[in-house]
Design a protein around this ligand. Structure first.
Ligand SMILES: NC(=O)c1ccc[n+]([C@@H]2O[C@H](COP(=O)([O-])OP(=O)(O)OC[C@H]3O[C@@H](n4cnc5c(N)ncnc54)[C@H](OP(=O)(O)O)[C@@H]3O)[C@@H](O)[C@H]2O)c1
Length: 330
């Protein structure tokens, strides 16, 4: 079988190196479905995958890339057929199983999602794990009552990132009227307003010197993509009965809070995982991404090739990247 191109992470003398090189089919992890990849996308977790201390990849060499969309070349799983357009996100893809930053992937059939009607292979990767996670956060908050009041005050942290910017656009599309973007980037204010924020707060001005467990109540709901002190502060500012959907940890894993917001203000902290979502829920969320949460014409999308990946992954690590970057593979 012919060799194909892929982006690999290797460990050489304890240093992690990345290269785009020719790969053999025998280098791919096992699976029933062989996919010709059309697009992949870049997520924060991929930026950790090429870092020495990132904690994402344990066995080298590895093809990272936690997302892919493409067309089935061959399948031993009779739920699928040759020529079918599909997507895969999460599970072990790009972590312990060779991932989406290559022309071909081989994956277990249990991970494969048929491309929903209404989405192209490219649009599916405008969403990728970031959009899937943003939709999971919105679904979780809507289950908590968000949908009952379109005037609710909703704050999104890490607003210029992949999850954050897509969540903003989705909330706007759903008709919410008070969407507050929290960002570190002054330069991103015009774009954040353009995609859906009705107000933009800058972290430097928002963070107090000391975080107290209870502060003035100002927001009804939040999607927190950064964690750490930001999440702790948001918990202290939630209105009675409010909820936060938390999915990220770019700003840290420790929470500086007490039981007080929970037992005095009846607030809820909802954990969001996108990796091991059961298939029935996965299909339902992708259905929403193709319909009522479809913001695939999102403005903050950049397209690159495998050769440009390292530079983009470095920008994500440095926190200077804006919006979504998709990777055109073939
Ligand atoms: N639980 C899950 O299954 C799941 C799925 C997807 C993503 N995630 C997590 O969600 C987060 C966002 O992912 P993403 O792919 O959207 O990443 P991204 O595109 O890199 O966006 C992250 C954003 O967070 C802010 N940020 C970055 N570093 C920060 C820091 N040190 N302190 C404060 N804010 C910081 C920046 O936004 P501003 O400059 O605008 O503040 C940045 O654009 C990541 O932590 C990721 O690991 C989790």
């Amino acid at each position: 079988m012919e060799k194909f191109s892929g982006f690999r992470v290797k460990k050489i003398n304890e240093n992690v190196k990345t290269t785009v090189e020719k790969i053999e089919h025998t280098d791919l992890s096992e699976g029933d479905v062989l996919i010709k990849i059309a697009y992949s996308s870049v997520n924060y977790k991929d930026s950790l995958a090429i870092r020495q201390d990132g904690g994402v990849i344990r066995h080298y060499p590895m093809i990272p890339g936690i997302d892919l969309s493409g067309t089935i070349l061959t399948t031993k799983d009779d739920r699928f057929q040759e020529g079918q357009n599909v997507l895969v996100t999460g599970y072990c893809l790009g972590v312990t199983h060779t991932g989406g930053f290559a022309e071909i992937a081989r994956v277990p059939g249990d991970w494969v999602v048929p491309l929903p009607n209404g989405l192209s292979l490219k649009e599916a990767m405008v969403f990728g794990t970031a959009g899937f996670t943003a939709a999971l956060c919105i679904q979780a908050l809507e289950n908590q009552g968000l949908a009952t009041n379109k005037e609710s005050k909703i704050l999104i942290s890490g607003a210029s990132g992949g999850v954050g910017s897509l969540a903003l656009a989705m909330l706007k599309k759903r008709g919410y009227k008070n969407i507050i973007a929290l960002s570190r980037k002054k330069s991103a204010i015009p774009s954040l307003k353009n995609i859906g924020a009705t107000e933009v707060l800058l972290i430097d001005e928002f963070m107090p010197e000391k975080i107290k467990p209870l502060a003035k109540q100002t927001i009804d709901f939040a999607i927190d993509t950064v964690g750490g002190d930001i999440c702790s502060l948001l918990l202290s500012q939630l209105n009675y009965g409010g909820s936060i959907a938390i999915c990220g940890n770019a700003a840290g894993i420790k929470l500086n809070t007490t039981v007080l917001p929970f037992i005095l203000r009846n607030v809820t902290l909802l954990g969001i995982d996108s990796v091991n979502v059961p298939m029935h829920k996965r299909l339902a969320i992708w259905q929403r991404l193709a319909t009522d949460l479809n913001v695939s014409s999102h403005e903050l999308v950049n397209e690159i090739t495998l050769q440009e990946l390292t530079q983009t992954l470095d920008q994500l690590q440095a926190g200077t990247h804006i919006g979504r970057t998709i990777v055109k593979i073939s």
